[in-house]
Design a protein around this ligand. Structure first.
Ligand code: SAM
Ligand code: MD0
Ligand code: SF4
Length: 348
């Protein structure tokens, strides 16, 4: 049964929700391997053996929100807080560009210093980087009002905003005092303004397998260009510090399902969960973008695995390259990435 579903998918038939759930529930190792190899084949069909790599700049770790899963939630006094100047951000972006990344992801907490009174601090940072660094940019600053989003759409290519779950009840437990619809609407507005968007969920935060499948299809319905599952990593000093990370196999199965449902889209294998450890497994499951590369001695942090591998310099293209190549993949050229972006922009 599983094999025949997979064969049909390879022939171009769209998965139904029921079939997707059935695949996600696969327990027989032979079926699980067949799922991964189908995902692998689909990725090769659209991207050959090339993967992309994103640099990550978390330019302020100050945040007004209190998401229960996040290390940088406002009440957490354990985490390291910093705010980078535009000069410093540009310097790190230059380093990332020199290292060969395809895009720079400019991420922040909801920092009043950059957001109040009119988001001019945020816009200044985005436009300063755009003027100096000739690379595609992604902005991940959280929910923005329409007028600000419009300005952002004139500067960057991508807007990343993860719903974390499409189960409203669970959402209200994770993103305390935040509006589910406002967050969804911001993504739809962004698409209407010509931005590419990244949508995603957290894995292992109390969602059911049905919730996961519902999310993968919702991501398709809204037309996301990059889709992710991010394994939850417990953070000291947060309400969820006693929760445990989901098994890597859960993450791999979800990545494979994402690939089956979104064969021609970008799917991250984040360094920000367990570093080099699970990177190859995520790629083997069908991911094609390595995210969260951070320059050594930058004073910058990640989000989920906040300082993993930065000081050792292993959060870099140079360090990941042999791991990518040893599974028959290679780092794509900048030209290939720009082609992808242009093609996605034309099709939307
Ligand atoms: N502040 C912006 C926002 O919330 O949209 C952007 C930055 S936020 C830190 C980026 C993403 O990191 C979140 O949407 C969440 O998916 C992920 N994240 C945060 N804490 C995490 C954790 N403990 N484990 C795994 N992923 C996490
Ligand atoms: C990552 N640490 O790619 C980043 C982050 C924000 N756009 C992305 C969660 O894993
Ligand atoms: Fe702030 Fe984003 Fe963390 Fe929520 S996930 S507390 S909005 S940085």
């Amino acid at each position: 049964m599983i094999r025949s579903i997979l064969e049909r998918v390879l022939k171009g038939k769209k998965l139904t929700r029921r079939e997707a759930l059935y695949l996600l529930k696969a327990r027989d190792p032979k079926d699980i391997f067949a799922l991964f190899s189908t995902a692998h084949e689909l990725r090769a069909r659209y991207f050959e053996n090339s993967v992309f790599a994103y640099g990550f700049i978390y330019f302020t770790t100050h945040c007004e929100n209190s998401c229960t899963f996040c290390y940088y939630r406002k009440p957490n006094s354990n985490c390291q807080r910093y705010r980078k100047t535009p000069e410093e951000i540009i310097r790190q972006a230059e380093k990332l560009k020199e290292s060969g990344v395809h895009l720079i992801d400019l991420t922040s907490g909801e920092d009043p210093r950059f957001f109040k009174p009119d988001y001019s601090g945020l816009l200044f940072i985005l436009s300063s980087v755009k003027e100096t660094i000739d690379l595609p940019l992604m902005a991940s600053p959280g929910v923005l009002p329409k007028l600000v989003l419009k300005k952002v759409s004139e500067i960057v290519d991508w807007y990343a905003l993860y719903q974390e779950t499409h189960n409203r009840e669970l959402f209200s437990k994770l993103r305390i005092n935040q509006d589910y619809d406002k967050r969804m609407k911001a993504k739809l507005l962004a698409i209407g303004m010509g931005l590419l968007i990244e949508e995603g969920i957290l894995l292992g935060v109390g969602e059911s397998e049905e919730d996961r499948i519902n999310s993968f299809f919702t991501m398709r319905d809204i037309g996301a260009d990059q889709v992710r599952v991010m394994g939850f990593v417990p953070q000291q000093g947060t309400p969820m510090e006693q929760n445990i990370s989901p098994p890597i196999l859960d993450e791999m199965k979800s990545i494979a399902l994402l690939r089956l449902i979104h064969p021609d889209k970008l799917i991250p294998a984040s360094f920000d969960i367990d570093g080099l450890k699970g990177l190859q497994l995520r790629l083997l499951a069908g991911a094609n973008v390595i995210t969260s590369l951070i320059p050594q001695t930058s004073g910058l942090l990640g989000v989920a695995a906040s300082d993993l591998g930065i000081n050792q310099g292993i959060r870099s293209i140079q360090a990941i390259k042999p791991y990518v190549e040893s599974i028959g993949l290679k780092i794509a050229t900048i030209h290939q990435y720009n082609e992808f972006i242009q093609q996605r922009k034309r099709s939307s």
